[in-house]
Design a protein around this ligand. Structure first.
Ligand code: ATP
Ligand code: MG
Length: 454
């Protein structure tokens, strides 16, 4: 679907400019020259982005935005303003506008980049809104935000594997979402009405882990005051999630293998054979294959566990997920703390998308939480995430030197635009000022996409 953009500006030159620019990029652009008409159009159509001139013949773009925003809180808008009004515009951004552009437009690439960022943000808002609907239908289902192709493929695999009873191995660095994936598998399985029991093999001593898994009879060891079933038993009909499986001791690896092969076990201090029907999900932040090759993990157990493998890539290898995740967490913590932090400024979006995120999604989540907690209701700049503003300054527009042709086009575009601006769009007058023939002038502005043939 083409993104829908509404431009409200009484200046025909600006409308032409945007028509040239946006139609070329295959957007669905509608235009209006005044507030009254824009209101009418807005009642009928849902736009992904509004581009509003500040001073309009029958009102003010900012007031119009405030009006719309009260009904559609996630409506994105960019304000067009003259240099003299920039200070107002800065205030406007604080009030929820996505960004502002100053006339005359000197850098069309910046204009395109800002529009691109706004549309990206709109897409993220809509994805989250869709998600909320889905969650509404399926209460209790863990929320897994994803946009990147790698995560989409992983979700497909997850959906295929979930209803089967196969063992699943989830691999991924710390904080990549292994636990949430395990919960999702359980929730989508036929066992979802039964519990999923979780145990972190790295957090317990060998004997405690053994007692927790197998259960014990009274007096099996000094502190065993009463008979207690283990997780194998309790997970009967449900799922057993063994986190950090690579940390399991060799002795317990052997015991687990036996349980998986024979489907039976005995409690500690007992001789009664018990059986349990549980589905096993394992997770590891190490490579289990490497652990096996290094002799730390039994190969026979490895092959039992390594049936369906879901590999969660680190966040830095799927940067498309960063913005939707950040916006989801922003909403989550705003709600949780009763705050109104946001929106993210374009610079903050770039900063977040570029950061390293060694701690993956968990680190991003904590960063957003801290930003929300210390925000008093306003936009979130890179600084809110502890990133210096100048670290991203100028990055929204391409900082790379342009090839000669493009650089010359950029110069030409600016030159011709300035002339048109000066003459309020009068081509004959502009051509006269430039000292070239009208026909010639028209050829240039057409080629540069400043105006389109009408
Ligand atoms: N795709 C996602 N969508 C929404 N929230 C996510 C996503 N991925 C991770 N999270 C959140 O990030 C945090 C870390 O995720 P999780 O605990 O699942 O990671 P993990 O891989 O199990 O980490 P560790 O190896 O440290 O145990 C959790 O709060 C989780 O809810
Ligand atoms: Mg975990």
């Amino acid at each position: 679907m083409k993104a829908k953009i509404l431009l409200v500006d009484d200046d025909p030159f600006t409308r032409k400019l945007f028509e040239g620019l946006l139609k070329k990029s295959a957007f669905d652009l509608q235009t209006s020259a005044n507030v009254t008409e824009a209101r009418k159009i807005l009642r009928e159509t849902d736009f992904n982005l509004l581009i509003l001139d500040q001073r309009l013949p029958d009102g003010n773009g900012l007031d119009l935005f405030a009006e719309i925003r009260s009904e559609r809180p996630n409506q994105l808008a960019i304000l067009i303003t003259g240099f003299a009004e920039v200070r107002d515009a800065v205030r406007a951004v604080r009030e929820g506008l996505f960004d502002y552009l100053t006339k005359p437009f000197e850098n069309l690439e910046e204009l395109e980049a800002v529009i691109g960022k706004a549309l990206e943000m709109d897409r993220a808002y809509r994805e989250i809104a869709n998600l909320r609907e889905t969650i509404g239908e399926l209460p209790g289902l863990p929320v897994l935000i994803n946009r990147s192709p790698v995560m989409e493929r992983l979700i497909i695999k997850l959906r295929q594997a979930a209803p089967l009873d196969t063992t699943v191995l989830i691999e991924g660095e710390s904080g990549t979402g292994k636990e949430i994936v395990a919960k999702k598998i359980h929730a989508r399985s036929q066992r979802s009405a039964r519990p999923m029991l979780e145990l972190n093999c790295g957090a317990l001593s060998e004997s405690l882990l053994e007692a927790t898994l197998f259960g014990y009879e009274k007096g099996a060891f000094t502190s065993a005051a009463k008979a207690t079933p283990g997780y194998f038993e309790e997970a009967d009909g449900g799922t057993l999630f063994l986190d950090e499986i690579a940390d399991m001791s060799p002795k317990l690896q052997a015991s687990l293998l036996r349980v998986l092969q024979e489907h039976t076990f005995v409690r500690l201090g007992s001789t009664v054979q018990r059986s349990s029907d549980f589905r096993l999900i394992c997770a590891t932040n190490k490579s289990l294959e490497a652990e096996m090759k290094a002799g730390n993990f039994r190969s026979d157990l490895y092959y039992r566990i390594n049936v369906v493998v879901l590999h969660l890539p680190p966040l830095r290898e799927r940067r498309e997920d960063i913005l939707p995740l950040a916006m989801y967490f922003l909403e989550h913590f705003n709600l949780k703390f009763g705050k109104t932090a946001g929106p993210l400024t374009p610079e903050a979006i770039v900063a977040l998308e570029r950061a390293e995120w060694a701690g993956n999604v968990r680190e991003l989540k904590h960063a957003v939480e801290r930003a929300v907690v210390s925000n008093s209701g306003g936009p979130l700049t890179p600084a809110a995430f502890g990133i210096a503003d100048d670290a991203v300054a100028g990055t929204i527009t391409a900082a790379q030197p342009l090839p000669f042709r493009e650089a010359r086009d950029a110069f030409d575009r600016q030159y011709f635009e300035n002339l048109l601006q000066l003459t309020s769009g009068n081509i004959s007058e502009a051509a006269r000022l430039a000292g070239i023939a009208r026909q010639n002038f028209y050829g240039h502005v057409l080629r540069l996409g400043i105006v389109t043939k009408s």
